[in-house]
Ligand binder design. Structure first.
Ligand SMILES: *[C@@H]1O[C@H](CO)[C@@H](O)[C@H](O)[C@H]1NC(C)=O
Ligand SMILES: *[C@@H]1O[C@H](CO)[C@@H](O)[C@H](O)[C@H]1NC(C)=O
Ligand SMILES: *[C@@H]1O[C@H](CO)[C@@H](O)[C@H](O)[C@H]1NC(C)=O
Length: 480
């Protein structure tokens, strides 16, 4: 049942209202008696936070003692084993490519190890590399098994560190191939293509994309004409059944500027979302959008970072209403969208941009929303690390305000986490935890808060999930 409906039914029934009042009373007594004993709720939490700091977040995670279950969705929340699941996560896009070589493979394990030490539990990464150096897809439907095995390794290592993956299937941009590579392949096959946006609309390029989706799940052994379900060569788990996969992403930051009406991209999303779900109904799916408001909701355009954002062929509300899309994604780049010079306007934008999307996810889309990329570049004018700290804390705080209410604000993925020795690939946004103690602390605190929230939900639900409203009130008043 949808949590919104449950809320409505709940408050309309007088008998339940009485139970609700009693629950509130019990909680009140619980809080005041613990105050009396000098273990106020907040202090108790602070003690736990400190304990987590001293002994590592792993131990705290054990409290939740969660099985490695598949991530699902219930109304506007993610759930694992029927319990709410709010998370703190990160991006590291190059894992598969690094996992190909013995010499660089260790970096994959290293970044997972460092991430898990600060409580990060979800990583977004690329499950594509189209036609480039170390390509997964060398040409349409031709795969390099060594690179596929590298993706297997990434999944296997992620599970070892209790990290789930959001896997993106291609790129809007040229890095790692993406839509321009599909167009090059189409041209090489003799198609008359005039724009990279033909990727979205040309039936042959659509069929290439679909074949890629299929290849991820089924490894096509051409010689013997046998189609097998892809089994991870490290874990023996089929991709379809692996809870390590949090979700699939259709494309990193799709834009279709050739059609500002948004119709062309909408049609592609509709077709591909249903297609991915038909191949893998077990995992969640998101689009990969940056979150710009488009023509379907002119009154929301005021929240866009600039007027150009309305014209890139994307439409946050309409796109996410496509059948098969389970949750919303939003990116946050005040520096590249507003001004390369840091100012308070950036923080103001972050607040209103996030709040608008949380409100829409909650009230209009009725789905979880993930802030799937956010960061500050050291190349921005006026950059200093204290601004980055403030920026990150701001993002985390806005999310937490939604989490506390059991709302749609379900998680964030910082852009981007690097282990030491990979700085040469840094685009300015990379965070190396060992070199940024203040960022590590900010991340750890957020992770701890979310873990406590998730665990609390589990405990409270043991009295029966009907008392959800009481639980929300408790969590809201309890200043985590
Ligand atoms: C290729 O397509 C464009 C635009 O659709 C058209 O103007 C052009 O005549 C086509 N060229 C060929 C060789 O078919
Ligand atoms: C995977 O299956 C193979 C063949 O059945 C077996 O030899 C291997 O030990 C299994 N690996 C794991 C991790 O279960
Ligand atoms: C850091 O940068 C921000 C924004 O540019 C500025 O307001 C602040 O004064 C700077 N702080 C330090 C310690 O330099």
């Amino acid at each position: 049942m949808d949590t919104h409906n449950r809320k409505a039914n709940f408050s309309s029934k007088f008998g339940l209202r009485i139970i609700f009042s009693i629950a509130i009373l019990l909680i009140f007594i619980e809080i005041s008696s613990s105050k009396h004993l000098g273990v106020h709720g907040d202090e108790h939490l602070e003690t736990m936070v400190k304990r987590a700091d001293n002994h590592g977040i792993d131990e705290l995670g054990e409290m939740g003692a969660e099985e490695w279950g598949m991530v699902g969705k219930k109304g506007n929340q993610f759930v694992v084993n029927s319990q709410p699941y709010y998370f703190n996560g990160f991006n590291t896009y190059w894992l598969m490519v690094f996992a190909v070589d013995q010499t660089s493979k260790g970096k994959v394990s290293e970044v997972f190890q460092q991430a898990s030490a600060v409580g990060l539990t979800v990583c977004r990464t690329w499950a594509f590399n189209d036609g480039q150096w170390r390509a997964l897809q060398k040409s349409p439907s031709v795969y390099d098994e060594d690179v596929f095995k590298a993706l297997d390794f990434v999944l296997s290592e992620a599970k070892k560190y209790k990290i789930r993956l959001i896997l993106s299937l291609t790129n809007n941009w040229e890095a790692y191939g993406g839509k321009s590579q599909y167009v090059k392949w189409g041209k090489a096959a003799g198609l008359n293509l005039t724009s990279d946006d033909d990727f979205f609309s040309h039936p042959t390029l659509q069929s290439y994309y679909k074949a890629h989706v299929k290849a991820i799940f089924l490894s096509l052994i051409v010689s013997s004409q046998t189609v097998l379900t892809r089994v991870n060569t490290y874990t023996n788990v089929t991709y379809k059944d692996d809870p390590t996969i949090f979700a699939w992403e259709l494309m990193n930051e799709p834009r279709c500027t050739s059609d500002p009406s948004g119709d062309k991209l909408q049609a592609w999303i509709q077709e591909m979302a249903v297609y991915v779900k038909s191949i893998d109904p077990n995992h969640l799916l998101e689009i990969g959008l940056e979150g710009f408001y488009g023509p379907s909701k002119p009154d929301r355009a005021q929240f866009n970072p600039n007027t150009y954002a309305t014209q890139v062929g994307t439409d946050f509300i309409r796109n996410h209403q496509a059948l098969g899309v389970d949750f919303a994604s939003v990116h946050i780049y005040a520096d590249s969208w507003i001004s390369q010079t840091i100012s308070d306007a950036h923080l103001k934008f972050v607040k209103s941009w996030m709040q608008a999307h949380i409100d829409d996810a909650e009230n209009t889309l009725e789905m979880p929303v993930v802030f799937a990329e956010f960061g500050v570049s050291v190349k921005d004018n006026g950059y200093n690390s204290s601004f980055r700290d403030t920026f990150m804390s701001t993002v985390y705080k806005i999310l937490l305000d939604s989490t506390r209410k059991g709302g749609s604000g379900s998680g964030s993925l910082l852009w981007q986490l690097f282990p030491e020795g990979t700085d040469y690939m840094d685009d300015g946004y990379a965070i190396v935890l060992s070199k940024s103690p203040s960022v590590s602390d900010i991340i750890s605190l957020q992770s701890t808060r979310l873990m406590l929230f998730n665990s609390k939900c589990s405990w409270k639900c043991q009295w029966g999930c009907k008392k959800k409203n009481a639980q929300e009130t408790f969590l809201y008043h309890d200043d985590l």
